[in-house]
Ligand binder design. Sequence first.
Ligand code: CU
Length: 116
Amino acid sequence: MRTLFSAGLFALATLATLATLPAQAAGDHAGHNMAGHGPSGKMALVDGTVKKVDKAGGKVTLAHGPLTNLDMPAMTMAFKVKDAAWLQQMQPGQKIRFMADNVGGAMMVTHIEMMK
Ligand SMILES: [Cu+2]
């Protein structure tokens, strides 16, 4: 157990530092979360594909995987973005990995990584 826990911490640290590990690493770590570990505070990035960019509205429509921190299954929906500059880097078809949160009742992308 100690070894598993250490490996989990290492994976998390590596993910946070490099953020280049495959998605399976994040999922693997999530699987090691013990009871009592709340849904918030995780840095697990979710896969998404940009469907539509609304620069005027400051929103992006994403087809996203399950957002466990928001208790949301995979779907396509619009998000606000924390940094409007991100919209300049996005276009339909762009693959991303991101984190979203409920900010004042609105779903907002709070962290993003553009994939090649
Ligand atoms: Cu959604």
